[in-house]
Design a protein around this ligand. Structure first.
Ligand SMILES: Nc1nc2c(c(=O)[nH]1)N[C@H]1C(S)=C(S)[C@@H](COP(=O)(O)O)O[C@H]1N2
Ligand SMILES: [Mo]
Length: 199
């Protein structure tokens, strides 16, 4: 038996190393929204981080887009089992947004225009792991994908990446959000298949 087996023509798609267990590749970009796409006039759009002591840090659209931005290329993993590899975004990192925020909180409760919510540990938003993203593939982020701006936390299942993000509350307690209340996992690591509570 040789080192290269005859007939081997590359890695089967299902075993691409970038694919977490149970996921399959998709080339298109599915839209998954639990309700209608909210429309927010840009002169009224704002993003707010509220600390555990109720201190509020606010950014208008002009404030947000004036901050230094990153252009991460990341893989997306949806709990409904599609993954999309190598997506490129522009956004402001949570490290930048949190740089003047004084907090000892452990958890983040994210809320969106339209009422969607999701929860995750604050540490998972920091150290280059999360952005408030406003461009996808070199274009303004489309409304159905969360435009004008969405949270992007690609190392967790995509339901944590709240579209139409409006704010983040920093808390000592982990309160379940929209899908988490319905039985989805509080953390949602795709590499450990943390799809549902108890996984
Ligand atoms: N505000 C809001 N954010 C949301 C959702 C939603 O319904 N509302 N769905 C989540 C889920 S389950 C997924 S898989 C992704 C889908 O993002 P996409 O529609 O850009 O593919 O958004 C997440 N963020
Ligand atoms: Mo999802």
């Amino acid at each position: 038996m040789g080192i290269v087996s005859p007939g081997f023509r590359g890695r089967p798609r299902s075993s691409r190393p970038e694919l977490p267990p149970g996921q399959y590749l998709t080339e298109d970009f599915p839209v998954l929204s639990a309700g209608p796409t909210p429309r927010v006039p840009m002169d009224r759009w704002e993003f707010v981080i509220t600390t555990e002591t109720s201190r509020e840090h606010r950014w208008t659209w002009a404030d947000l887009t004036a901050l230094p931005s990153d252009t991460p290329t990341v893989d997306l993993h949806c709990v409904t089992k599609w993954s999309k590899l190598g997506t490129t975004w522009r956004g402001v990192s949570l490290d930048t947004l949190m740089s003047d925020v004084d907090s000892a909180a452990d958890y983040a409760f994210v809320h969106s225009y339209g009422g969607y919510t999701t929860n995750l540990p604050l540490a998972d938003l920091l150290d280059g792991q999360a952005w408030v993203a406003y461009e996808y593939d070199g274009e303004d982020l489309a409304p159905e994908h969360g435009g004008p701006a969405r949270l992007l936390v690609p190392h967790l299942y995509l339901w944590k990446s709240a579209k139409w993000v409006r704010g983040i509350q920093l808390r000592f307690d982990d309160e379940p959000g929209f899908w988490e209340t319905a039985g989805y996992h509080d953390y949602g690591d795709p590499w450990r298949e943390q799809r549902y509570q108890g996984d």
